[in-house]
Write a protein that binds this ligand. Structure first.
Ligand SMILES: COc1cc(/C=C/C(=O)SCCNC(=O)CCNC(=O)[C@H](O)C(C)(C)COP(=O)(O)OP(=O)(O)OC[C@H]2O[C@@H](n3cnc4c(N)ncnc43)[C@H](O)[C@@H]2OP(=O)(O)O)ccc1O
Length: 264
């Protein structure tokens, strides 16, 4: 079984650079992008070395599906100790995605199942197209989520819906995913990747410190007690507004050199 020191199989990811956006495609379409150790460790390698010029990452699935979850063929021989090591490896890799220096946007289509759903939860923005469907069939397989899903997903959809997903294994539609707060965007057919790329270009153009504050500070502020949260907010606001990038951008607006806020 892979451990954190192992290298991933780079061929299992299709990595491309488009301007300031890095696209990371899960690349096992014949296996519906099932997540084996090789692909998980390749994700670790990728998110450990995001080039300086990258301002946002889009993660997607090559083929018709995002991911069918854990590669079940790797699970059959695993004992409890190996299971713990495996789950903690996933946690480290998905944490690396959640705490990435730049925003990570997941473009979702087809199966977004089990560990694939957990991977999508580690992204900062989720964009789904109508073909996307979400399920946690762990109960039917006699196992429990192991990729951080029991921590991240209830924070998005709530404990009762999470319990329903885990107990019934029911397939939730793309419409339900958006209505319940899992995906922030629901596009037309084949629209998830183009929309994710459009959003990625937009967020990559933000001041780096703003993105840092949203990715690193906001989750902590939101979970802190109100007094601590407000103090953290004030400190973050002070740091951000003192940065020369903020001064440059504010001056540009006041001089009418940048666009007004307008509905899109
Ligand atoms: C416990 O510690 C853990 C757990 C975890 C995370 C756990 C999970 O993710 S549980 C969920 C596992 N996933 C599933 O149960 C989904 C299984 N797949 C399907 O239901 C279907 O394949 C489909 C995704 C709906 C797609 O259907 P279809 O398009 O008809 O394609 P198929 O003909 O069924 O499949 C094609 C090909 O792919 C293989 N395959 C698909 N999914 C998987 C998979 N999850 N694992 C392995 N292989 C898969 C399928 O067998 C076919 O192979 P062939 O060789 O026959 O062509 C995390 C961390 C922990 O520590």
């Amino acid at each position: 079984m892979g451990n954190a020191a192992d290298a991933g199989d780079a061929s299992l990811l299709r990595i491309e650079t488009r301007g300031a956006v890095l696209t990371v495609g899960l690349n096992r379409p014949a296996k519906r992008n099932a997540l084996n150790d090789g692909i998980i460790l390749a994700l670790q390698d990728c998110f450990s070395a995001i080039p300086d010029e990258v301002g946002a990452v889009v993660i997607h699935g090559v083929g018709d599906h995002f991911s069918s979850g854990l590669d079940l063929s790797e699970l059959t021989e695993r004992d409890a100790t190996e299971g713990l090591v495996h789950s903690q490896m996933w946690h480290r890799v998905f944490d690396r995605i959640q705490y990435c220096r730049v925003p990570v946007i997941a473009a979702l289509k087809g199966a977004v199942i089990g560990g694939g759903l957990e991977l999508a939860c580690a992204a900062h923005i989720r964009v789904a197209e109508p073909s996307a469907y979400f399920a946690l069939p762990e109960g039917q397989r006699g196992i429990f989520v192991g990729g951080g899903g029991s921590v991240r997903l209830p924070r998005l959809i709530g404990v009762p819906r999470m319990a329903d997903m885990m107990l019934t294994g029911r397939v939730y539609s793309a419409t339900e995913g958006a209505a319940y707060g899992f995906s922030q965007y629901l596009t037309e057919a084949d629209g998830a990747l183009p929309k994710a790329l459009e959003l990625a270009e937009r967020v990559a153009a933000n001041a780096p410190l703003t993105n840092f504050a949203v990715l690193q500070a906001l989750p902590m502020i939101a979970e802190a007690n109100p007094q601590t949260g407000l103090l953290m907010e004030s400190l973050m606001a002070t740091v951000a507004q003192s940065d020369k990038e903020a001064k440059k951008r504010i001056r540009a607006f006041l001089d009418r050199k940048t666009a007004k806020v307008k509905p899109t």
